[in-house]
Design a protein around this ligand. Structure first.
Ligand code: CTP
Length: 409
């Protein structure tokens, strides 16, 4: 979603400016071309040299820079962007934006722009709570400016606490991606997805795992994001990049996954594609287990919580649509239908993980999948397709079930 996008990052003068350097890197990693404008105050915190090295471009700081004005100019700076991000947005910058001031390059660019603007405020909690800042923020929101953060937490000033911390770079990236996504059939919906295996520790160096690659779950999260949804992906350990425009929570064990899933609720739909380990070591050793002569240590197991069943049976926060997966090696449809009823989910996407499936490379770890789509009423056979195509088909079904968003007038 950020690939080929041009982002103009305006860095304001606050201690959080150091995080904006990381933000440049995170945006570039995702394929965005980042151009940086720094206010004079910002240069007291980070240098144009650092920002330029990370953005691979010159950094713009001065409205009256003859060379830059001749070469690019503040009008072109704002026109040649798909999105403007102001991070950190100080109380002063917000005030200037709210009132249309244009007394330096940053504010000129903002005033000359007809592009979407995302601000990441960062300031002392008292300044954020002040009536003047509240008025300015409300004015900007009414003008269509998008906000990410501020988050609550410890401030740079010792002992100070409260809302005022700049959102983390990855939160800003996710907010930017959402703004750049053309709205789709799932715009306004929150979709929760689990993906990958879980690792259940035996001791600090050993764990129980399975062959899940996370490819199918990650493809579903990415497809839902492309369809405009706000997506939270709770992922076990995988060798895959975080999908673009998706909020990713990385976890290790089944119990961590359950906690992250519960923390991500409420959601409109939840898709449980993770291959959660059914069992964990009953008591993981705190230190590495050593070979002790010929005695082989017994491995006692305990059952993990069933995340899909837990969420399906929630009385108040159950998502409207809960989708499970079933990996079976025989009696695929009958077992999957029984699993749907037992676990209490709405749909099951069942796949044959036996060697007989004929899927090159096997379903687990491979790039394609052939599934049976099972609801309370029917069974559909979806022919072999790439995991991305299966994900898109599933996401289209979810969107069709929800229909257009009821707008509150
Ligand atoms: N699942 C889960 N939490 C668990 C185990 C499974 O959320 N502790 C979810 C998976 O994400 C998947 C579905 O349950 O959506 C089916 O998992 P599967 O491993 O196929 O089923 P099992 O519960 O292991 O049943 P069985 O052993 O009978 O195959």
């Amino acid at each position: 979603m950020l690939a080929q996008k041009r982002i103009l990052l305006i860095i304001g003068g606050g201690i959080a400016a150091y995080k904006s350097l990381d933000l440049i890197r995170r945006l570039s990693e995702r394929g965005a071309a980042v151009r940086v404008v720094m206010t004079e105050a910002a240069q007291h915190f980070v240098t144009p040299l650092a920002a330029g090295a990370l953005s691979h471009d010159r950094v713009f700081t001065d409205l009256f820079d003859r060379e830059a004005e001749h070469d690019i100019g503040h009008i072109r700076l704002s026109r040649e962007a798909d999105l403007i991000i102001v991070a950190p947005a100080t109380a002063d910058l917000l005030a200037k934006m709210a009132h249309g001031f244009a007394d330096d390059l940053a504010t000129c660019v903002l005033l000359a722009s007809d592009k979407k603007v995302l601000v990441a405020p960062a300031m002392n909690p008292q300044m954020w709570a002040h009536a003047a800042t509240r008025r300015n923020a409300a004015r900007l929101a009414a003008d269509g400016v998008a906000f990410v953060g501020p988050n609550a937490g410890a401030m740079a000033e010792r002992g100070e606490n409260g809302p005022g911390r700049m959102a983390e770079p990855l939160e800003i990236v996710a907010a930017a991606a959402r703004l750049l996504v053309p709205s789709g059939p799932l715009t306004g919906r929150h979709i929760l997805v689990t993906s990958g295996p879980t690792h259940e520790p035996i001791d600090p160096v050993r764990y129980i795992a399975n062959r899940s690659s996370g490819k199918q779950g990650h493809a579903i999260a990415a497809a839902a994001a492309r369809a405009g949804a706000q997506v939270t992906l709770v992922s076990g350990p995988v060798n895959l990049p975080d999908p673009i425009g998706v909020e990713v929570r990385h976890v290790e064990s089944a119990r961590d996954m359950l906690a992250a899933v519960e923390a991500a609720l409420p959601a409109d739909a939840a898709v449980f594609a993770a291959a959660v380990a059914d069992w964990r070591a009953a008591s993981a050793a705190g230190e590495k287990m050593k070979k002790d002569g010929n005695a082989i240590p017994p491995l006692a197991l305990a059952e993990n919580p069933d995340i899909l069943a837990t969420v399906s049976h929630l009385s108040n926060r159950r998502p409207r649509l809960v989708v499970g997966f079933a990996a079976e090696t025989e009696n695929v449809i009958a077992y999957a239908q029984a699993k749907r009823a037992r676990k209490g989910c709405d749909w099951i996407v069942a796949n044959d993980v036996s060697q007989r499936s004929g899927i090159p490379g096997g379903v687990m770890g491979g790039d394609s999948n052939a599934v049976h789509f099972i609801t309370a009423e029917a069974v559909e056979h979806w022919p072999e397709a790439s995991k991305t195509e299966v994900a898109e088909r599933l996401v289209a079904r979810i969107a069709a079930t929800f229909g257009p968003l009821e707008t509150v007038s």
